[in-house]
Ligand binder design. Sequence first.
Ligand code: SF4
Length: 342
Amino acid sequence: MLSGAEPDIQTGDHCGAPFECPFKHYCSAQEPVSPDHPVEILHGNTARRLRADGYDDLLTVPAAAIPSASQRVIWRATRLNEVYYDADIQREIKTLAYPRYFLDFETVSSPVPLWAGIRPYQQVPFQWSCHTESQAGTLTHQEFLDVSGNSPVEEFARSLLSSLGRTGPILVYNASFEASRIRELAGLLPEHSAQLTALLDRIVDLLPLVRKYYYHPAMKGSFSIKAVVPTMCAELDYGALDGVADGGAAQRAWWDLADPACDDKGAGEIRAGLLRYCKSDTLAMVAVLRYLARGNPVRLDEFGHIESTASIVLTRHNTHTNMVPTASAECSPKDAHGPDEH
Ligand code: SF4
């Protein structure tokens, strides 16, 4: 096989599943330059069918070739190079009570479980960030990070429960991830199970709202928060984050911190990167909801000063907290940690 000719096959979805193919760069370089708006913006079967029908540029595809209404929204916005925004979303957003919690988790997993009671490859949450809008325009921030190497589940759940209160919508982006982690925590921690399960009823997923009511041509077919938020708030650009800038990097950062060879200075920088990244994600959700509520761009200075009301960081050597007294004070404060403000 190695001595024969190379297979005549184009790059496509198969190059990234189940694993990223190491020849992707080589194969892409052999292919003609892709148009700015390839039909793959529409993804899946539609993109494959359009390719098979000889289309490569979405701008040349006629409306009749796109049967799905949601894909026609993307097609139209791309052709006209204009934003799609459906103001009907405003009615839905007005039904969201205060306080509104904007929540994000980071997790670590391992083929060989790191702690008792954990399955192979189970995503174990070790960090959360939460922006809380107590009333229109009034924001505070709380966060938790456990890179001590001990099982994070107990402190994670305890701190989370004390920060999320008993009422108010919990806004997440792509709810299945956070909801699954909360269910798993409820299974691991019978004493907190009822309270954790009660959180599930309060979850509001921003992703389907964005999918239904919004599209910007710069998203190029992606509804990931990293593609969406720069089109709503130009200052929230994940490309500007150094160190930790996605969930994979957050997980690698956890492993770096678990390495005994990681010195204090390096560990401090990695922890700061983790805190900055998770906090950016929840601030991004605040910006997404604000944009959807009114249909025009958001500026960071609209948020004013965002006070940090609780920051719990568990490291291999210390517990760092900077918090107003809340029920999460089970983590004994030994040192002050000052999170970066956006
Ligand atoms: S990148 Fe890998 S999977 Fe994709 S066409 Fe090339 S060799 Fe095949």
